[in-house]
Design a binder for this molecule. Structure first.
Ligand SMILES: Nc1nc(=O)c2c([nH]1)NC[C@@H]1CN(c3ccc(C(=O)N[C@@H](CCC(=O)O)C(=O)O)cc3)C=[N+]21
Ligand SMILES: [Mg+2]
Length: 286
């Protein structure tokens, strides 16, 4: 068996067309959805991600603003900028790219962003909304992954989903979204005993660890859907995920590539969130 590729690049393009139309309609109501991104320092990976965001945001017609601060910026200066953007009616969505330099407390930053504008869904208000089944802003990566699974009509209700990794930006919100759609969810992490006996039971396996080659074909259930969130550089400097793609593709029914899988869908999840917030502005004006 050779798995179907869950093509994030293709699905992201299709989603951008839909968002672009929605943005055009909003412009007829004199609303231009605004996304503000704050980037601190010159981390090269962050620079790539932020550039990809900007290109996609501008393509769909968002009012995109980048605030690039020096790596030496103080926490107070950063919080002041966030407070100003919280008040700015042009800004529907506001995010601070992670990671942040050591002098800045990411938890304080995330909870200074107004929850209505927190398009990453990292603030405690949005985390609470996510886990209590309410409407809210949810993180881009799990949002994008759910959209990808829906596009390929992957059944979710009643399926056993195993999520490896329990980060606040991927593992935990991923588990919450799968649970909301009635999957049976197991979260595995570095303390999990006998990881492979779990992964072999997974109908849907989401791998978000940051360890190249962690999962290979022998570790999965035949016919599983495998989502690779990993972003690692190999010896040749090439971007690779957390799975051994060739062997997994021999056993899985569907699998995401890296690059071209979860990465582009993460941005889709973010853009979807911004457009949704701007649509609510129309509803409030009507
Ligand atoms: N506040 C915050 N929100 C985030 O959503 C956030 C963040 N911080 N920090 C870092 C992670 C990671 N992330 C990615 C975005 C785009 C690609 C992406 O475009 N990937 C492409 C190629 C990337 C490449 O070539 O290096 C792909 O997989 O095909 C990947 C990863 C957003 N994150
Ligand atoms: Mg990818």
């Amino acid at each position: 068996m050779t798995a179907t590729i869950l093509d994030g690049t293709k699905v992201a393009k299709r989603a951008d067309q839909v968002f672009q139309e929605t943005v055009q309609e909003l412009k007829q109501h004199q609303i231009i959805p605004g996304l503000a991104v704050i980037l601190v320092g010159d981390n090269p990976a962050s620079a790539v991600y932020v550039r990809n965001k900007q290109r996609r945001a501008e393509k769909i017609g968002l009012n995109y603003q980048l605030f690039h601060l020096p790596v030496t910026v103080s926490q107070d200066e950063l919080l002041e900028l966030i407070q100003r953007l919280n008040q700015d009616p042009q800004v529907d969505g506001l995010m601070v790219q992670m990671p942040l330099p050591a002098q800045i407390d990411a938890m304080v930053v995330m909870n200074t962003i107004a929850p209505e504008k927190d398009v990453d869904g990292f603030s405690i208000a949005n985390v609470g909304r996510l886990w209590s089944g309410m409407f809210g802003n949810f993180p881009g990566t799990p949002r994008g992954i759910m959209r990808l699974l829906h596009e390929y009509q992957v059944p979710i209700a009643g399926q056993h989903a195993v999520v490896i990794g329990r980060s606040d930006i991927v593992g935990k919100p991923m588990a919450a979204l799968l649970l909301r759609e009635n999957a049976t969810v197991t979260i595995a992490h570095s303390h999990t005993r006998d990881l492979r006996s779990l992964t072999r039971q997974a109908d849907i396996l989401v791998v978000a660890v940051g360890q190249a080659g962690l999962i290979s074909g022998a570790d999965i259930k035949p016919g599983a859907v495998v989502v690779d969130v990993g972003m690692n550089r190999n010896e040749a400097g090439k971007l690779v995920g957390d799975i051994d793609f060739p062997s997994v593709a021999q056993v899985a029914k569907m699998v995401t590539p890296v690059p071209g899988g979860v990465g582009p869908m993460t941005i889709t999840g973010l853009l979807e969130q911004v457009v949704t917030l701007a649509q609510r502005r129309v509803e409030q004006n009507d």
